[in-house]
Design a protein around this ligand. Sequence first.
Ligand code: NAD
Length: 367
Amino acid sequence: MFNNAFDGKKVLVTGHTGFKGTWMTLWLQQMGAEVVGISDRIPTDPSHFEAAGLGETMTTHWLDIRDTEAVPKAIADEAPDFVFHMAAQALVKASYDDPVSTYSVNAIGTANVLEGLRRLTNQCTAILITSDKCYENVETYYGYREDDRLGGADPYSASKAAAEIIISSHTRSFFGQDDADRNVRIAVTRAGNVVGGGDWAADRLVPDVARAWSQGENVTIRRPQATRPWQHVLEPISGYLHLGAELAERPELHNEAFNFGPPAEAVNPVRDVVIALQKHLTGLDLTIDESQAHFHEAGLLKLTCDKALSYLQWTPVLDFDETMQISAEWFARFYNEGAEGIKEFTQGQLDYYTALAAKRGLSWADQ
Ligand SMILES: NC(=O)c1ccc[n+]([C@@H]2O[C@H](COP(=O)([O-])OP(=O)(O)OC[C@H]3O[C@@H](n4cnc5c(N)ncnc54)[C@H](O)[C@@H]3O)[C@@H](O)[C@H]2O)c1
């Protein structure tokens, strides 16, 4: 898998205690990597990081990513072969509550990681994760491409656009014109809304439904027609890992950006999501309120992922029903049987995903 790029390598993951970070850490460990993390805390309770006992299997630097001294030093001291930067204030709603800290965590935090990379003397491949929301949403019907305009009407989106500009500036200023001049290669990735087991972030549909189901509470859906592109958390993570492995071998991918999203037609209303979840969360008490179906929704932000297909032969693996099924099954397993054995259950979902990827012809799964 991934050309064996991670076996025996040291991989530094920032934000490893969060939703994506926990899945990525487990996957990397399964492939034989030594994972070290930078995070300021365990962000949720319950927590996938704690339930899977990850703290006992890796070194964590408990640091605020805004710490301009400690973060670059930790990266330089670790001298990793790969860096995946995911530490962020990741919620749009929280960005309205505290815009300045969202700007500083997401933009200055990224600058600190880049400063750490500048201090390295070893070969290192770095994948910096921003968001689909870094694109200026011009309320159009087409999917955004990597060279579309950056921007953001809300503080979270602006913080991600700012991180992108900093990455581009730092990469061009400090990471060599020619490949022979540089020991660090950098690429940036943009993905959207993800779902899956182990997510307990506030105000997200799937965790909210699973939590209510576990307590026998009714779930009322007030905007059932609202559409989003939905993808399982393993889809962008497969993209990040594949890009990392390819960038380590292919200097021409340095300073490139990639979208990782579901196919353009995989845009489903919230109604479809909760009905799909209900099939696997037995007895889910669901009310779908269609009375506000006429409300205008902001233009949907979709990604075009032709570049990932063309340069990396990357596509998503799961269809909509499979995505919802394994997400619901994870929460059902957790709430029915508790944390005991959840790490093995997560690893089983990883095995299912990679086997399906190989069967469906994804090049990263075969290599
Ligand atoms: N989850 C999604 O749907 C989604 C969509 C698009 C982009 N993203 C991006 O992907 C990345 C990971 O997202 P996630 O869903 O795993 O987020 P998450 O909130 O679950 O995890 C964020 C991680 O960052 C850490 N963190 C937050 N503030 C920090 C600080 N000041 N110092 C150090 N660590 C800090 C947290 O402890 C946690 O480990 C983020 O960059 C996010 O913006 C996520």
